[in-house]
Design a protein around this ligand. Structure first.
Ligand SMILES: Cc1cc2nc3c(=O)[nH]c(=O)nc-3n(C[C@H](O)[C@H](O)[C@H](O)COP(=O)(O)OP(=O)(O)OC[C@H]3O[C@@H](n4cnc5c(N)ncnc54)[C@H](O)[C@@H]3O)c2cc1C
Length: 389
């Protein structure tokens, strides 16, 4: 193998290039990204960047790194097609041959089919964040569509900067896909205490020039509307190349598609959860970077281990750092420890632990879950002390 091409120069694509070199790959690495400039971190876009505007702090590696590691970064270039028979990808009048191709195309914002949605702003790229930051340079009435991590992080920053915030969530609780009802409640109280007006179970049915309209008929006046209603995977490229796609690019336990010359990783990849075997697609820096490391090991060292990393997530909202170790499914049972940590169970097995400003329990959980399943009875006997199970 002489030639690896990576499509998508985000967190996972860059990590794949770096890990290939770390594992000792000496062939050519071409990292092609649709966005202009150096690869950067997205998490601060809805957190510190909105306050500081420091774009340099977001860069994952300086330009000199790419020269030193002989990684060819082709930025501002959108790959339009993959020719699997010729092992070549096409972008405008350019083409790039590969021995192995890694799809790291991430996601894009979901645009619900509601009238006026095109007027709403996004928060996915550095350009989006810059646009939002500029808009927040004077007092604003902000309407946020979606009570997931990104909408809530934006709401917390906007309130801290003194703007008015109204947030509308279609589901009956906040962050419903990701956390327990207990954690949803805790964050609802946090945001209401900060002065945000939160509407639950009331989907937005129109975006107007002067605000949003909810299904209930409530009209909210706003100068700025943020669309934070979730994302869709960028998997069209894979689909048109004939690869299996089902809410993302389908890969096996080794992050390999059905084509032995094409892997996929990160936000765009659907893989079998190592614990339950169910097909999952995770939107986190941890998953993207751990997938990348696994693929590099397989390509360079022929290590064929299945993917088995413990998932973990974080979200910073005001002075609360929410951390989740493990992966729960909706409907998992919950037990609230007196100090606020939430333990979630799939049957008798611990599926995840949610903590707020409690890095110790979070790290203990990650460490313990990496060793194998934790039984509910064992945790109960240890009075929910992760260090004792
Ligand atoms: C505002 C915000 C806050 C976040 N906060 C957190 C957080 O606190 N914690 C956390 O774990 N995660 C967070 N995330 C999610 C995290 O950023 C993603 O999970 C991570 O970036 C996924 O990496 P990736 O490489 O799969 O995709 P990305 O980093 O999204 O990179 C994909 C890249 O592929 C490019 N691309 C797509 N199609 C093509 C094509 N055809 N040709 C060329 N290039 C293409 C895209 O332009 C993009 O640059 C946040 C995301 C956002 C937007």
């Amino acid at each position: 193998m002489q030639n690896v091409v990576i499509i998508g120069a985000g967190q996972g694509g860059l990590q794949a290039a770096m890990s290939l070199r770390q594992e000792g790959f000496e062939g050519a690495i071409t990292l092609i990204g649709a966005e202009k400039g150096l690869p950067y971190q997205r998490p601060p876009l809805s957190k510190a960047y909105l306050k500081t505007g420091d774009a340099d702090a977001l860069s994952l590696r300086p330009a000199s790194f790419f020269e030193k590691k002989q990684i060819t970064l082709v930025d501002g270039t959108h790959v339009e097609a993959i020719d699997r028979a010729a092992r070549r990808v096409m972008a405008g009048d350019r083409s790039f041959d590969y021995d192995h191709l890694i799809l790291a195309t991430g996601t894009r914002n979901l645009r619900p089919p509601i009238p006026g949605a095109e007027q709403a702003l996004d928060l996915r790229t550095l350009d989006d964040a810059l646009r939002l930051r500029n808009a927040l340079d004077r007092p604003m009435r902000c309407a946020v569509i979606g009570g997931g991590f990104i909408g809530l992080e934006f709401a917390a920053v906007a309130r801290a900067l003194g703007h008015e915030v109204t947030l509308a969530e279609a589901a009956p609780r906040l962050m419903a896909r990701a956390v327990s009802p207990e954690t949803s409640e805790r964050f609802l109280a946090l945001h209401r205490d900060m002065g945000s007006d939160i509407h639950l179970g009331d989907p937005v049915c129109a975006v107007r020039a002067d605000g949003i309209t909810l299904k209930s008929g409530t009209e909210i006046q706003a100068d700025l509307v943020l669309m934070a209603a979730g994302v869709v995977p960028n998997s069209e490229l894979a689909a048109s190349a004939g690869l299996a796609v089902d809410n993302g690019v389908v890969v096996d336990t080794r992050m390999l598609t059905e084509d032995p010359a094409i892997s996929a990783l990160g936000d765009c990849a659907v893989f079998p959860d190592p614990v339950t075997g169910r097909a999952v697609r995770l939107e986190s820096v941890q998953a993207a970077t751990d997938h990348a490391r696994l693929i590099a090991k397989r390509l360079v060292k022929q290590v064929d281990d299945p993917y088995g990393a413990v998932p973990w997530f974080w979200s910073d909202q005001a002075d609360c750092k929410l951390q989740i170790a493990g992966l729960a499914a909706e409907g998992d049972d919950t037990i609230l420890r007196p100090d606020g940590a939430v333990f979630r169970f799939a049957g008798d097995r611990l599926s995840a632990v949610e903590t707020v400003n409690d890095a110790k329990t979070h790290m203990q959980t990650r460490k313990r879950l990496a060793q194998g399943p934790v039984a509910r009875a064992a945790l109960e006997a240890a009075e929910f002390d992760m260090a004792q199970v």
